[in-house]
Ligand binder design. Structure first.
Ligand SMILES: Nc1nc2c(c(=O)[nH]1)N[C@H]1C(S)=C(S)[C@@H](COP(=O)(O)O)O[C@H]1N2
Ligand SMILES: [Mo]
Length: 363
């Protein structure tokens, strides 16, 4: 029985064994796909995007098989130090970062919750990925060979790739199944892969600032909320003027890999901008922090968002964005602007916000 299984596996392996150049180019293509899907996955928060997260995980697993092929081919060259060339060092470093990215990705999927100072495994995974891209491109320039016609046998190649991808999908399903035993049903991860932070109120979830955004606590005596832009009457409101009476349960899901479900209380953005009277050409609403950090939402989505003063029945703490922070259900955490002081009704979206959120707070 065991022997038959082994023989079967050997047959499968012999069958999917790709020609060297195809292995290399497939690795290249998959790493590019992983970088693109990984980055894109950070910008989406709605569950309709689940196939993107699945595709990222499945493609990552097929990378393991391709690496086995690749290592089987180069192992003599690596093991034999007399064959080492200057570019071998680069190859080894590239290989190590591939191992890093796979190991952290897989451990994360299995629900491991190791933190390296404030970094979750997911952040380390992203770090390895960002290092891997330039390394791989460099490695490619030292050993560049285009695949040739005879590397492809159309039907066989197609079948090989199908086996690889289906294998990856089966392995991923198997992993989810195993997870139910290891971590209990679902392991409580969201479709984004984020792990739960349980409890209610300020103390129950981390404070996350993006890179260098770290203002002093906001002094309410010289803080106002300004509403302006494509409105009839711009407004300037004191904290005491805010009628914070709308409650909403919403998930804050940070790209560093955690989420929390909280009861938020605050002002409905629709009420705020209607008080100023929205002009016809108003299409977007932009939320600007005291630090300059900002994000904008299409106006119909913005109307249902909240400018929160409270979380879990408590006044927001400074770290969580007091006196006012955006609660944008269905959006990722980085879009939930903290320490909001201005609301702009605009005709257009704001592409510069992508850069501003990355560098906000740097002097
Ligand atoms: N002004 C400002 N708002 C911000 C950030 C920031 O750095 N500056 N970080 C964002 C990120 S990445 C996340 S995940 C959430 C975290 O909210 P929390 O600190 O209340 O958990 O706030 C978002 N809002
Ligand atoms: Mo975040």
């Amino acid at each position: 029985m065991v022997r038959r299984v082994v023989a079967g596996l050997q047959n499968v392996l012999a069958f999917v064994w790709l020609p060297p150049r195809l292995v290399d180019w497939s690795i290249f293509a998959i790493v590019c796909f992983e970088a693109a899907s990984g980055l894109l996955s950070f910008t989406v928060g709605s569950v309709v995007w689940w196939p993107l997260f699945w595709a990222h995980r499945i493609a990552g697993l097929t990378l393991i098989v391709l690496l086995v092929f690749k290592l089987a081919r180069v192992r003599y060259r690596l093991a034999n130090s007399r064959q080492w060339q200057p570019s071998t060092l680069l190859s080894v470093v590239t290989l190590l970062s591939v191992f890093g990215v796979l190991a952290t990705g897989i451990s994360w999927v299995f629900g491991m919750d190791v933190r390296l100072s404030n970094w979750t495994l997911l952040s380390v995974h992203v770090g390895f990925g960002l290092v891997l891209i330039p390394l791989m491109l460099w490695h490619l320039t030292t050993r560049f060979r285009l695949p040739r016609r005879r590397d492809f046998d159309r039907r066989r190649t197609l079948l090989q790739y199908t086996v690889l991808l289906v294998g990856g999908a089966v392995a991923y399903r198997g992993q989810e199944f195993a997870n139910q035993f290891l971590n209990g049903p679902g392991g409580d991860r969201r479709f984004t892969g984020s792990q739960p932070r349980d409890g209610a109120g300020n103390e129950s979830f981390p404070i996350t600032a993006w890179v260098a955004d770290d203002p002093d606590p906001v002094d309410l005596s010289d803080w106002t909320l300004t509403v302006r832009g494509a409105v009839e009457t711009p407004l300037e409101l004191d904290y005491q003027d805010l009628s914070s009476n709308t409650e909403r349960r919403a998930v804050l899901d940070c790209t560093s890999g955690w989420y929390t479900v909280q009861q938020w209380r605050g002002l409905r953005v629709g009420d705020v901008i209607d008080a100023a009277g929205v002009d016809e050409e108003g299409r977007f609403v932009r939320f600007v922090s005291v630090t300059g950090y900002r994000w904008s939402l299409p106006i119909h989505e913005a109307r249902n968002a909240l400018l929160a003063t409270h979380v879990g029945g408590e006044r927001l703490s400074h770290g969580h964005g007091a006196p006012l922070r955006l609660v944008a259900p269905g959006r990722r955490g980085f879009q939930w602007v903290k320490w909001v002081e201005r609301v702009d009704v605009r005709q257009r979206g704001d592409t510069a916000q992508w850069v501003v959120t990355l560098v906000s707070g740097f002097e």
